[in-house]
Design a protein around this ligand. Structure first.
Ligand code: FE
Length: 290
């Protein structure tokens, strides 16, 4: 049978996930998309929350001081501002287009509070697992304001903000991470525009649709079901991704990372490899060792 290698190596839309409403922190309303009964995890991604509201009652309580151990939290905003403070003395404000990539490592206590009393707050928090060898590493940050996350403007009208990874046109995001070698891009495509991006084979990849619609695959291929706004599309393995924006254009997050393939033991804000390690984390936290 004749096979078309080019097509074989392209990622397809494998599964579509719709998040579920949840509440976390001090009554913050959000949508949990990864880390829910529908999708427990997508190695190395442990959780994806989106929040979007212009009603302060939905977000003003924020996320008062809480601990983390064993993984990384990635905060990226489209609208609004978030102030964070932590137990090691770090403090800063995350702004739209900027990113905070926090390596919790062996433990950190922090708060994440909206820096606004009204207006639209819209953004994402992604949890990325750490390998066993790095779970007890010193905590650290990679934090970049919007001016330090490059924008790539293409001739076809596309606009990409690159947090991590390198686009096919050579724009590289500022985040460095050898554990999972992540790709994190915020992509806006005008109507009908086709977007191509190489992704390392074997890495898990997903698209979160912020606005509009798109189809995964090349233009001219038989149309597949479009991915709609607020849906998460899990991609099959492959080397290349091709998507086509629908008539109204689209905005999406493209995220990929190397799966760790290790046992995962979760206990609230702690993600370790074994139940014993999670119990130890609770003990360390209760003994004030964070
Ligand atoms: Fe947190």
């Amino acid at each position: 049978m004749k096979t078309d290698n080019q097509t074989l190596n392209e990622r397809q839309l494998r599964h579509v996930i719709q998040g579920m409403s949840a509440s976390d922190g001090d009554g913050v309303r959000l949508t949990r998309i990864i880390g829910s009964p529908q999708l427990d995890m997508f190695d190395p991604f442990l959780l994806l929350d989106t929040f979007e509201s212009d009603n302060p009652d939905d977000y003003i309580g924020g996320f008062p001081t809480h601990p983390h151990r064993g993984f990384e939290t990635v905060t990226y905003l489209l609208n609004g501002r978030m102030r964070h403070r932590d137990s090691t003395g770090n403090e800063g404000v995350i702004e739209p287009g900027g990113v905070q990539w926090m390596t919790a490592g062996k433990g950190i206590l922090h708060s994440e509070m909206p820096e606004q009393e009204d207006g639209l707050l819209k953004g994402f928090q992604l949890w990325v697992n750490l390998p066993a060898a790095a779970k007890m590493t010193e905590p650290g940050y990679q934090e970049f304001p919007p001016a330090s996350t490059p924008l790539e403007q293409r001739d076809d009208g596309s606009l990409l903000r690159v947090i991590s990874g390198t686009t096919d046109q050579g724009t590289t995001g500022p985040i460095r991470n050898d554990y999972t070698q992540p790709v994190y891009m915020d992509v806006q495509l005008p109507a009908g525009v086709e977007f191509n991006q190489a992704l390392p084979a074997g890495h898990n990849a997903f698209i979160y649709l912020v606005d509009g619609q798109l189809t995964v695959g090349r233009s001219g291929q038989p149309a597949t079901k479009p991915l709609l706004a607020t849906q998460l599309g899990l991609l099959s393995d492959g080397e290349g991704l091709h998507v086509v924006a629908a008539e109204q254009g689209t905005r999406f997050l493209l995220v990929a990372g190397k799966p760790l393939r290790e046992p995962v033991a979760r206990g609230g804000p702690f993600v370790m490899n074994t139940r014993e390690e999670v119990m130890q984390a609770f003990q360390d936290f209760n003994n004030g060792n964070f």
